[in-house]
Design a protein around this ligand. Structure first.
Ligand code: NAP
Length: 248
């Protein structure tokens, strides 16, 4: 019998949970616990870290998990490393559900950088207005460039003081092009800093930057462990032995 563990926290993981809930496959959906009120799932859900790779290996054994699906965000590199290590330790089959990164279109003005510190260094010296479309745990290095006016967007209102003064938008995606154009225009945003997440829901800000001719400092994905990787829910269902007619 299959008992799957979905490492989630993404729109794709929610699509997968909905699909699995239509079958007799037993599955547990795991959230990291970063968001105060995570979206409801149609599967039993657990929240919070496992305690590193060894904690996850112990969880897999205790809960008799037979298959692990890493559907975390492509920048959740620690969780993906832990999943690879724990599955190797326990001999559990692992697959990653991971959207392809965005690619640069002809009218895009991207500066591609390796990490957050390189993104800080890529900003201009003269004061400008910047939309920082990155998670709150990554914003601190931008305090090194206090001359800029930053806009941040979070799912939850910040609980602790931010490392610098900023205009904070509290909103949960997915976002649409018209809304992103309006948000950028009303703020007079001149630069965008984004992570190359891929997928549709986060793409609207990149499309809006192209429409407005704004430069985007695009942070490349971290290196993830070698593992079986697919881009669609349908391929995961096939891997689980439940082919669907889903085109997703
Ligand atoms: P990370 O740096 O790779 O993970 C840090 C630690 O958080 C992990 O070592 C693990 O703790 C715990 N963790 C992360 N994901 C978990 C999960 N799904 N279930 C249980 N524990 C988890 O990850 P992150 O960048 O902080 O991201 C945290 C979560 O937010 C992930 O689930 C990710 O998919 C989601 N996320 C979503 C988006 C989005 O745009 N949808 C963006 C960023 C992050 P232990 O070592 O104690 O097990």
């Amino acid at each position: 019998m299959i008992r799957a563990l979905i490492l989630g926290g993404t729109a794709d993981a929610s699509l997968l949970a909905a699909e699995i809930a239509r079958t007799r496959i037993e599955a547990v959906y795991s959230y990291g616990g970063r968001t105060r009120v995570p979206a409801d799932q149609p599967l039993p859900t657990r929240i919070g870290g496992f305690g590193g790779a060894s904690g996850l290996a112990e969880y897999i054994r205790r809960e008799r998990i037979t298959h692990v699906i890493d559907a975390t965000h492509p920048f959740a590199a620690q969780m993906s490393r832990n999943a690879a290590e724990a599955c190797a330790q326990t001999g559990t089959p692992l697959i990653a559900l991971e959207r392809a990164p965005w690619t640069r279109a002809p009218n895009d003005s991207w500066i591609e950088v390796a990490d957050v510190n390189a993104a800080v260094a890529a900003l201009p010296e003269r004061p400008t207005k910047v939309f920082l479309a990155i998670g709150r745990q990554h914003i601190a290095p931008f305090a090194m460039r206090p001359q800029h006016a930053y806009t941040l967007r979070f799912v939850d209102p910040p609980e602790a003081p931010l490392p610098f003064a900023a205009d904070v938008i509290v909103s949960r995606g997915p976002f649409r092009l018209d809304g992103e154009l309006e948000m950028l225009r009303t703020r007079g945003t001149a630069w965008i800093v984004a992570r190359n997440s891929g997928g549709v829901g986060a793409r609207a800000k990149i499309d809006a930057a192209r429409v407005l001719g704004l430069p985007v400092i695009m942070i490349s994905r971290p290196k993830l462990p070698e593992r079986l990787r697919v881009e669609s829910v349908a391929e995961i269902m096939q891997w689980l032995g439940h082919p669907t007619r889903l085109g997703a």
